[in-house]
Each structure stands twice: as structure tokens, then as C-alpha cells.
Design a protein around this ligand. Structure first.
Ligand SMILES: [Zn+2]
Length: 49
């Protein structure tokens, strides 16, 4: 249930600004929780708030 390698954070889509709960990996990847394919708008880039 808990991941040691990823940090849960709040992030937003860089295209439309939609907010997600995200995982931020140690590599700097930001992955939306529950929508790993990306934002419904088609955006795949996110930044952490
Ligand atoms: Zn979006």
C-alpha cells in the first residue's frame, strides 16, 4: 500500500492546469495517481505545486 520510492504530492497539468494527486518519483517523474495515462485533456506533463 505504501511506496517507499515515491512521494505523494499535489500537482497540476501543464496544459490545462487541472489539479491531481500525484506521485513524484526519485527520478523527478510526476505521475497522476489513478490516471497513469495522463490528463484527460491529453497532457502528459505535470508539475508539483
Ligand atoms: Zn490537462
Amino acid at each position: 500500500m505504501e511506496s517507499n520510492a515515491r512521494t505523494k504530492a499535489a500537482g497540476v497539468c501543464e496544459d490545462c492546469g487541472k489539479a491531481f494527486a500525484v506521485f513524484e518519483s526519485e527520478d523527478g517523474d510526476v505521475i497522476p495517481i489513478g490516471s497513469r495515462d495522463g490528463c484527460p485533456c491529453g497532457g502528459t506533463s505535470f508539475h508539483v505545486l
